[in-house]
Design a protein around this ligand. Structure first.
Ligand SMILES: Nc1nc2c(ncn2[C@@H]2O[C@H](COP(=O)(O)OP(=O)(O)OP(=O)(O)O)[C@@H](O)[C@H]2O)c(=O)[nH]1
Ligand SMILES: [Mg+2]
Length: 215
């Protein structure tokens, strides 16, 4: 009887686990975001911003939400480390791409890398959230400006591909993904917008296609 009740209790209180990968250029604020999420959701706070060094490899974190656990993977964004990202694509349930909205100089580089992520076949059906970070800084571009900058960059890229190859290179599913792209503003440093972003992930992973795939 004890085992039966224990099993029933475990069944009723079990939590489904989802993996979320956090990507973006070095310095975008991924680790600051991860640590802020830990501070907001866990009893043990995450590292303060002044203790965070550039990531060589990965950092992880886990948060518990109603009937759900989110396992977060913050991957290093330096050029030489980005090649490890695709190893995480097969098993992730959501992707968060962080942009430094303050650093106008590196926006194009960030879009180039973002475009590679978008075109990875393993994550085609996976929810993708674009975060315009550092909204606490007055120099930062707003969510609207970031979205426009990406769309303009993408338009330019398509035009240059058309000129070079004389054909429409873009695939339909990619166009749809860009059109329905969700962009949110956050300050990983101050925590503004972070709960809204986590709520978005929480809701989207529940309906994720990958969730229904057999293990
Ligand atoms: N003003 C401001 N600065 C931020 C914010 N988030 C991160 N930073 C700063 O940006 C710098 C880089 O932050 P990290 O979190 O280390 O960036 P990262 O994306 O993890 O970088 P890599 O580990 O190299 O890929 C640090 O100096 C942070 O304090 C933010 O929301 N606002
Ligand atoms: Mg980092």
């Amino acid at each position: 009887m004890y085992h039966l009740l224990k099993g029933l209790h475990e069944y009723l209180t079990r939590k489904e686990e989802f993996s979320v990968i956090i990507l973006g250029l070095d310095g975008a604020g991924k680790t600051t975001l991860l640590e802020k999420i830990k501070t907001l959701y866990n009893d043990v706070p995450g590292l303060p911003a002044d203790k965070i060094a550039p990531t060589v490899g990965q950092n992880t974190g886990k948060i518990s939400l109603p009937s759900t656990i989110l396992q977060l993977w913050d991957l290093g964004g330096q050029k030489g480390i980005r090649s490890i990202w695709p190893r995480y694509y097969d098993d992730c349930h959501a992707v968060v791409y962080v942009v430094d909205a303050e650093d106008r100089e590196r926006l194009s580089e960030g879009w180039e890398v973002f475009d590679n992520v978008l075109s990875a076949p393993q994550i085609l059906g996976v929810p993708l959230l674009l975060l315009a970070n550092k909204q606490d800084s007055p120099q930062s571009l707003s969510v609207e400006e970031i979205r426009n900058d990406y769309e303009e960059w993408h338009q330019r890229k398509m035009e240059s591909a058309r000129r070079r190859y004389g054909e429409e290179m873009e695939l339909e599913h990619r166009r749809e993904r860009i059109a329905s792209l969700d962009v949110m503003g956050v300050s990983a440093l101050e925590g503004t917008g972070v709960r809204t972003a986590v709520d978005w992930i929480f809701i989207r992973v529940q309906n994720s296609i990958r969730r229904d795939e057999p293990l």
